[in-house]
Design a protein around this ligand. Sequence first.
Ligand code: EPU
Length: 416
Amino acid sequence: MDKLLITGGHRLQGDIRISGAKNAALPILCAGLLSAEDVTLHNVPSLQDVNTMLKLLRQMGLQVTQENGVTVLNGAQIDKLEAPYDLVKTMRASILVLGPLLARFGEAKVSLPGGCAIGSRPVDQHIKGLQAMGAEITIEAGYIHAKAKRLKGARIVTDMITVTGTENLLMAATLAEGETVLENAAREPEVTDLANLLVAMGAKIEGIGTDRLVIQGVTALHGASHAVIADRIETATFLCAVAATGGDITLTHTRSDILDVALDKLREAGVILTTGPDWIRAQMSSRPKAVGFRTTEYPGFPTDMQAQFMALNCIAQGTSRVTETIFENRFMHVQEMNRLGAKIEIDGHTAIVNGVDKLLGAPVMATDLRASASLVIAAMVAEGETLIDRIYHLDRGYDRMEVKLSAVGAQIQRIK
Ligand code: EPU
């Protein structure tokens, strides 16, 4: 298992190119199942989760070619309508094949994802929505079996806002008969990016970017070409890193308009930010100020940035309250940060972070993707060496993070 060895105390200086968004790329790859024609994708990030998704889609018969940074999908020969447990258990986003398979082929068998490190994460809303569209769904031996001659449009109000739930139902609705209305839809930029691709493929969708998506089903979708949106979480992770270490970095191929709340919090922490149409420059020359926040759905503060901001708060001036409202168990990084000398207490869904003058390097363990990123940031400010174990979590969702950070001055080395 790979580890990262990080020596803290180095300021960051230089440019970093941001990759395509993991959480846009995963549903977008599944959208390849919806058409028999070529879907050509640019800016697909190189990540373990993308590899896992491509492995799953190839098993189903999707043709995939990857050349010169361009990924071409062709769904003319899909012959296996199944997502097996051994892949779904490693990546919950595999559930995103359910809507497309059912909509185009009238049948799907997808393993139920189990619990995961950050919460129980059921998929009941995906199932409820597809049932409302006329699917017959049974759960047997750990698998969701779904059948429908042709899905029928319906008005669906999900109990809570769900990102992949919205994406699954949106994809299903594009090929359903008649009109589907998705109320309480997730407004995350990644949902919008998927919707934009679907429209390019011939889907009829109104209300993109809002919490009410109205879809008129069509009988077939055609091919299209699309560039995956920039990864706002990767962007904000590097911004937190420079806020913690100090320095001056410019992130390119990214967007500031989908990061409003995170950028406001960074300014509050003392970072000087300047932005252009596709870049963000961050300058930091002082100790950060503590910033409190509460995670919520987009456009609120993203749960996927909670851990990285917590790393910043560990060494900030002052005390902050960080409340997690999306997942019930997303504080696994707290114990590890305390091992580095942080002073964090947990009170239910809130962490109270008392900023300390310095952290001290120690061996720590990554528990999930964003927790890993937060430990990288903490290690970059800690005195001495920090060895982060179980770095495969980081590789699932960050495109060569240690290479990008080394190039701007971090001392960070992968140990095989
Ligand atoms: N929920 C249910 N039932 C459902 C669906 C969701 O109870 O049928 C609950 C979840 O348990 C959770 C809340 O609703 O408490 C929101 O979950 P959501 O469905 O929005 O999460 P997700 O779609 O499984 C995506 C991202 C996550 C990100 C969340 C929230 C992808 C592939 N994953 O997950 O990304 O944290 O939205 O923004 O898009 C990450 O990248 O590190 C990551 C975990």
